[in-house]
Design a protein around this ligand. Structure first.
Ligand code: NAD
Ligand code: TDX
Length: 336
């Protein structure tokens, strides 16, 4: 089996590429990534020299390139993760979110359609459902009510993928996952940002009153769900993915401070994010019942392991913060 993974140098993508190499060692993984600020080839340094991992720098919007790769590598299936992924950046500059997430996804789908690719896994998000009140959880039937430019662009890419199934008969499966955490997450997202700031004794910016709730899942559990959906998901179906770990942001920030041994006086309540969704919670019964998936990590275990990883790997995030991680591609990869 030959799989094209898009966005394989980002946080979830790089964890997924390694997960696939470990759990499906006979598969070839072709990793297409544009290497935007969020793409870091160093995340995959341990795969250097692995003939079953092929990295290609390119844009999902380059239909000719994609068509060429699909033929060149006899691709059987696509796992589509490449995206602009950060809500705050989508508020500062929405355009690239539409270009990549909406138009880029449509071009990728079109390339797949023209080259007869069947299975296409669209990695979507729980943010397509918008915000919940204090009770209840999103099911696959919940209305789509995205709030931010990021989530509305993801909703568009989710729906255009389903349209390629309904209209052209492509074998599309969509997954909608809750907030991920784990190794190699860019330190603009809540958990790694708080760890890095705490280690530097810098203020920890908590938006609003800190009472917003997210439902957290360890990235490796997301990867196992994606593989399950790729192999067993039914065409045209949507699967929610979540670990049942709802936490208030303020409680996470306090837990991080406890794990790194820093005082709560570092917490700084700041102006709220515009349009900030109050609460997300995922009902994952469908993927559990129909595909037999279950998460393996508890949030407390996973958070402790994740915080320890950032504490033990300052070189990784220091290179990200200083921008020197971008040189890796030039020196280690392009030079060959
Ligand atoms: P990320 O920002 O860490 O990585 C995105 C990757 O996509 C980067 O490597 C980047 O270089 C690449 N990319 C961006 N634009 C591209 C383009 N035009 N062509 C090719 N590559 C491009 O994101 P992430 O957190 O790893 O999220 C991966 C996917 O999972 C996204 O689609 C996101 O919407 C979805 N998702 C994320 C979460 C989460 O909590 N992080 C939860 C649910 C779903
Ligand atoms: O500095 C911060 N302070 C703060 O209070 C940051 C960066 C975030 N927050 C809050 C906002 C959210 O309520 O923490 C929560 C989590 O924020 P993010 O890490 O930015 O994630 P979120 O906005 O929930 O979106 C994430 O989960 C769904 C990913 O970035 C998306 O790609 C994914 O689809």
């Amino acid at each position: 089996m030959n799989v094209l993974v898009t966005g394989g140098c980002g946080f979830i993508g790089s964890n997924l590429v390694k997960y696939l190499r470990k759990h499906r060692p006979d598969w070839k993984v072709v990793n297409l990534d544009k290497l935007t600020y969020a793409g870091n080839l160093e995340n995959l340094a341990e795969l250097e020299g692995d003939p079953q991992h092929v990295f290609v720098r390119g844009d999902i919007g380059s239909q000719d390139l994609i068509e060429h790769l699909l033929v060149q590598h006899s691709i059987d299936a696509v796992m589509h993760l490449a995206a602009e992924s950060h809500v705050d950046r989508s508020i500062l500059g929405p355009e690239v979110f539409v270009t990549t997430n909406v138009l880029g996804t449509q071009r990728l789908l079109e390339a797949c359609r023209s080259r007869g690719i069947q299975r296409f896994l669209m990695v979507s998000t729980d943010e397509v459902y918008g915000s919940l009140g204090p009770t209840g959880a999103f099911t696959e039937q919940s209305p789509l009510q995205p709030s931010s430019p990021y989530s509305s662009s993801k909703t568009s890419s989710d729906l255009i993928s389903l349209a390629y199934h309904h209209t052209f008969g492509m074998d599309v499966v969509v997954t909608r996952c809750s907030n991920n955490y784990g190794r190699y997450q860019f330190p603009e997202k809540l958990i790694p940002l708080m760890v890095v700031n705490a280690l530097h004794d810098k203020p920890l910016p908590v938006y609003g009153d800190g009472g917003n709730v997210r439902d957290w899942l360890h990235v490796e559990d997301h990867c196992s769900a994606l593989l399950r959906a790729l192999e067993k998901g039914k065409a045209g179906e949507v699967y929610n993915i979540g670990g049942g770990a709802e936490r208030k942001n303020i409680d996470i920030v306090k837990a991080v401070l406890g794990l790194v041994g820093k005082p709560e006086s570092l917490i700084k309540f700041v102006k709220d994010r515009p349009g900030h969704d109050r609460r997300y919670a995922i009902d994952p019964s469908k993927i559990k019942a129909e595909l037999g998936w279950t998460p393996s990590q508890t949030f407390e275990q996973g958070l402790a392991e994740t915080v320890k990883w950032y504490v033990d790997h300052p070189a990784w995030w220091e290179r990200v913060m200083s921008g020197t991680y971008r040189q890796y591609f030039e020196t280690q990869y392009r030079a060959r």
